[in-house]
Design a protein around this ligand. Structure first.
Ligand code: G3H
Ligand code: 13P
Ligand code: NA
Ligand code: ZN
Length: 310
């Protein structure tokens, strides 16, 4: 069966590594990711945003992830990314997800505590783990677009109270990562607030922390997009060494979506440029799927450190 994240995170915390949480919305993405995990014997979290769920439909996503499990026998969690309400979390729990995020980070503190507590009570009664969030990342997720000046780092003085009162199993924090492909301005030096991460983990010993917005925005794929007719000038992500450092600390889950999108798009653009006569989707989607496998293997080795941890 699908696993929740409890055991995964305990091992990751103790082992000084992190689990990759990759967003999925179609078959080639699921297959590409789990093939990479299988080749390196790595546990994995496949996560679905509410807009991905609208796009692909709940039943397709669950069945595809179940098929991935059947073919690989890896520890796989199926996780709701950025759940915005108790009802959405409940639908996913009732419909077979093994983990959910309730993202109350846009609410005021007491409202965040209240909705997170409500989800935890329902989830734990069904052996499902829950991720909460404190602090606001900049960038775009679903309909919510947080501008850089509205974003705010997590306040470490709140984390202990939040975790105690909600019972949440893991906590996403804001330390300078952001969603999307434009995380820093050109010329700006990428930086993460490791001091906040340290202070949070001092206050929550042994407790798993989550990083969203953690794509590296791999430069070779940005160049490939731009070379083959795309326009993504100044796309910049988080340097992989910084993420590896975070993974060696309390960070046990690292979310990546933009890197997968970028790799697929780059490879498909290249395929069309080089084979203008091709019109069988298996040809270009096959290339895209293979690129995802290589991308994920690179993440497992260079960022996550979770090879042979399945
Ligand atoms: O946090 C955002 C994820 O990258 C999901 O994005 O809502 O466009 O599927 P999406
Ligand atoms: P990226 O946009 O950096 O890939 O972040 C994805 C994410 O945090 C999904 O929840
Ligand atoms: Na870790
Ligand atoms: Zn996110």
């Amino acid at each position: 069966p699908l696993v929740n994240t409890r055991e995964m995170f305990k091992k990751a915390y103790d082992g000084g590594y992190a689990i990759g949480a990759f967003n999925v919305n179609n078959m080639e993405i699921v297959q590409g990711i789990v093939e990479g995990c299988k080749e390196l014997n790595a546990p994995v979290i496949l996560q679905v945003s509410s807009s991905a769920r609208k796009y692909a439909h709940h039943a397709y996503l669950v069945k595809m992830v179940e098929a991935a499990l059947e073919e690989t026998n890896l520890p796989i969690a199926l996780h709701l990314d950025h759940g915005s309400s108790f009802e959405l979390c409940k639908d996913c729990i009732d419909g077979g997800f093994s983990s959910v995020m309730i993202d109350g980070s846009h609410l005021d503190y007491e409202e965040n505590v209240k909705v997170t507590r409500q989800v935890v009570e329902y989830a734990h009664a069904h052996d499902v783990t829950v991720e909460g969030e404190l602090g606001q990342l900049a960038g775009i997720e679903d309909a919510v677009n947080v501008s850089a000046d509205k974003a705010s780092f997590t306040d470490p003085s709140q984390v202990q109270d939040f975790v105690e009162r909600t019972g949440v199993d893991s906590l996403a924090i804001a330390i300078g990562t952001s969603h999307g492909a434009y995380k820093f301005k050109p010329g700006q030096k990428p930086q993460l607030r490791f001091d906040i991460l340290k202070e949070v983990s001092d206050r929550l010993p042994g407790y798993p922390i989550v990083l969203h917005g953690a794509s590296a925005v791999v430069h070779e794929y940005v160049e490939m997009v731009n070379k083959f007719g795309g326009q993504m000038p100044d796309a910049i992500g988080i340097p992989e060494e910084m993420l590896r450092e975070a993974a060696s600390m309390a960070v046990c889950k690292i979310n990546m979506d933009s890197d997968l999108r970028l790799a697929m798009t780059a490879v498909i653009r290249k395929h069309f440029a080089e084979h203008p006569d091709h019109f069988d989707p298996r040809q270009y989607l096959g290339d895209a799927r293979a690129a995802l496998t290589e991308l994920v293997k690179g993440k497992i080795i260079n960022v996550l450190g979770c090879a042979n941890k399945a």
